[in-house]
Design a protein around this ligand. Sequence first.
Ligand code: PBG
Ligand code: ZN
Length: 331
Amino acid sequence: MSPFPQRRMRRLRTNPTLRDMLAEVQVTCDDLIAPIFVRGGEGLTKPIASMPGQNQYSVDTAVEYAARLLSKGIRAVLLFGIVDEAAKDDLGSAAWADDAPVQTLTRALDERFGDELLIIADTCLCEYTSHGHCGPVRTLHGQTEIDNDAALDLIAQTAVNQVKHGADIVAPSSMMDGQVGAIREALDAAGYEKTPIMSYSVKFASSLYGPFRDAAESPPKFGDRRTYQMDYRTPSQSSAEAALDLDESADILMVKPAGAYLDILAQLRDTTDAPLAAYQVSGEYAQLKAAAQNGWIDERGAVFETLSAIKRAGAQLIITYYAEQVADWLG
Ligand code: PBG
Ligand code: ZN
């Protein structure tokens, strides 16, 4: 390579058309999955304070939101359910109830949009347990813990119920060991062997989930999730988490959060052929929104930059609360 002044890298950056033609990463609507928070009631669009621009919906308004997303080119949604405290119990049995918000919305979306809309159901118990943990609580040797193995049947049963009501993909997010295998076995036994599992394989215990726990009204009532979600100081565990989920026949692996874990995503990209998803979580959205609302950053620029970084690191699928806005910006 001839040195400066013969060689000037800036020559490739002078013409805007050439810059566009040389672009190696481009975020499109088909990369994006929009989360939807649904609860009971009617005609509801309830703003989520910690996530400006995001709302809790009732089933009817959620269907309208999905219609809007579709008309703008966003064709995949990830559903989270919210229930009143009175509907929560120790096991989280509202997770697999036929008339629960996610199941009801799934039926409505499936009926209205069919194959046009990819419906992904988040499969977990924490939105439905009275204690807010992702599995049942037990006391062992005088210590309170989340009962991994007791969670498996409940999670598998939830996944089967979600698919029965029309979910196209289930996305287990509890970080219980063995959950993917348990779900696969239960789905196959119920005749749903063609339904893919998108596993939250590499999910870190993160302060960036804060706004979500308000949005889903599901913060843990005691302790935290560090006994089951990963510790960000031990990245070497990522490959085992991914390998175990693939062995249990996960179809898509997810890294979560996204922005602060691009190293993990890039490593996985290098070591597996499996499709990879990344979740730009509530705290990542809230940071961008807050700075933008204060006029401290250019929102559009910052959003495309962060999403491009996630794609560049190796994600084919990006779950982001910015999905609709990105579709608007793309026109
Ligand atoms: C619950 C779940 C969480 C998120 C997705 N599913 C919260 C948690 O694990 O505490 C976080 C999503 C976000 O922050 O946007 N299993
Ligand atoms: Zn959970």
